[in-house]
Design a protein around this ligand. Sequence first.
Ligand code: MN
Length: 293
Amino acid sequence: MAKKTLKKIHSILGDKEIYWVGDGFPVRTLFAYPNLGPLLSPFLMLDYAGPKQFDSADEQRGVGEHPHRGFETITIVYSGEIDHRDSAGGGGHIGPGDVQWMTAGSGVVHEEFHSSDFTQQGGLLEIVQLWVNLPQKDKLTKPRYQSIENEQIPVLSFANNSGQMRVIAGHYDNVIGPAQTFSPMNIWDLQLKADNMFHFELAEKDTAVLVILSGTVGIAGEKNLLKSAEVAIFERAGSQLVLEAMTNVKALLLSGEPINEPIVGSGPFVMNTAEEIHQARMDYQTGKMGHLS
Ligand code: MN
């Protein structure tokens, strides 16, 4: 039997500046598809908002009406609460542990604000928004929302009470995550306790990206430690990933089958050609993606 080989790091990303999305989300973009697109595919971008303490306020902070087309936005709330409203008449609260999986597809217009309760009470905001690409054949699919509540996400405990994994999408062993996806991928939300080792088996040739939200991790076969708000993108070769939690760690481990198609994006649109981006702008401006009522 062939020896299993360790996955090697292709690149480490870090030192990201904080900028504001609207007045609600102090964000660091931990990875993004320009330059790295083929290596990250099917993942496009990951924004990490907070952790930041907000004082109580009267006006809901956030980001107003804006469109998306051609991909999916996955919002994972760790702390705080978001209100979402869109042009298809959908909306709702996304609270701690909840995940909203929005397929923008052919196009939606939406807004994202702190919920009224969170605004009034104030508190700690910590949110991840991940963008996932759609295969060319599904880019203009009908918009869809999967409101995945905390209770629906299976939680697996690692041996000796050393940590846990929430399977948001895909599977781990025979535990299956609730999100429906257009291409095969795994989204694992990890909490690892200090001074423990963790072995993960990933499909050879899949994209693999480790996002550290907090804590410090050692990776077998690598010199560099990975710290809070840093990302490791791995080579395709190899299937074994061995992590050592140097502290308590909160992390996302993303893996998936690359979509080997051209990526052409501009702002809130991600398509395959420049013509399709032009069309997306036209369709938004002429109201074909709808409006908030
Ligand atoms: Mn948005």
